[in-house]
Design a protein around this ligand. Sequence first.
Ligand SMILES: [Zn+2]
Length: 429
Amino acid sequence: MSRFLFLAKTKSFEIKVEGADEKENTMIKYWLLTPFVTSIDKTKSEVQIECFQKNSRELQEKVRVLVNNIQNLNPRILRLIDYFEKELKQDEWFFWAVDEDITQEEKDNILTYLISIDSDNKQKEQAYLANIKLQKLRKEYNICFYGENTHVRIGEPDKLKRICRYCSRSMPEVSFKKDAHTISEALGNKSIKTNDECDNCNQLFGDSIEQDFLSLFNISRVFFGIKNKTGYPHKVNGDNYSFKKTDNGNISINYYMKEGEQALNPDHSPLNISLISHRAFPEQNIYKALCKYVFGVLDDVTLKSFERTRKWLIGMNSETSLPKLARFDHPDVKKHPTIMVFIRKDESTKDLPHVVAEVRIINISFVVILPFSNKDIHNFCDNDNYDRFWKFFDIFSSVPGWQISDCSKLEPMHPIVKLNIAKRENDES
Ligand SMILES: [Zn+2]
């Protein structure tokens, strides 16, 4: 068997290919090398292969010819055509290697280099600095990433052996018939699923905290076109508005004034309006839903430290104090959510939180400390401890614009989206 690894800014990808026997293995491996040969010196019978290459039309053509020639030996290699023709950008730089063990640190360095090849000086510097910050974090934390291309099912595959990670029950007391999306499907999640979330818990979260969390994104789901189970939502009604996207992409908003509210002057620019959601819920549920998502990707050993968190998630415990929540409005929109989890290494300094995660949903990035670990020696609800943590995670905190707020409140509130509508120059309508 041979492992081909491709690293690129847009998408990294690994393919394992195997022939029927050792001879066929070697043959497939050498065939697969051919599109990447950069020059041949016939006099010395030497070939040159560069590990950094550009996704040119010429390369795509060579890959297509090769795949068509040998796909009957191993149909899996058809996937290469999609990678070069659809997933990578035209002329994007990529790195590739065969049967090499490349450490995470080396991968980070290669990706930093790839980002810097095509970018201006400012981006180069940012990529370089982000990499240094990531290396510092890697010394203290193991980092796992889940996103569109992860396609993982977390937890025990065998239904009979499953114990629900939330309620600790197993079959026949509970069932595991439904596909449990770790992050709500309506937020664009297709790939991240948790095996050991029982149907009861799935229903419980789906009707409560996940539904609450979803209502924060009612407008952005329509505006950015985030696909859910049945397709693209194109309309949402709130407490004082209805928000619609037409087939040609135009947005129409109906705004209903409340009693005693002063009439809006449409000639005034910018026009500031507050769109209020129908659903009211405790602000704490935003933090809880994020923790439910993070809890859903943790390994068995780490989960053992979060018994108090588990009870809080399913409503067995009530908590009145949580660490602060950091959120950032991102300029780039993610059609599929991602979770980056930082799990403190056993040998690391205990001053830092045990588990931290960045959850990215559509246009917002959240950073949470998973609270109540029995491996935390400090209380991160305390401002000084929180500040120390936030400073250490400078991969986030060095970027200006984060809003950090207390999200512990238990009184119900209606989420509000503030719109600031500016008139375009020369716009008569
Ligand atoms: Zn359960």
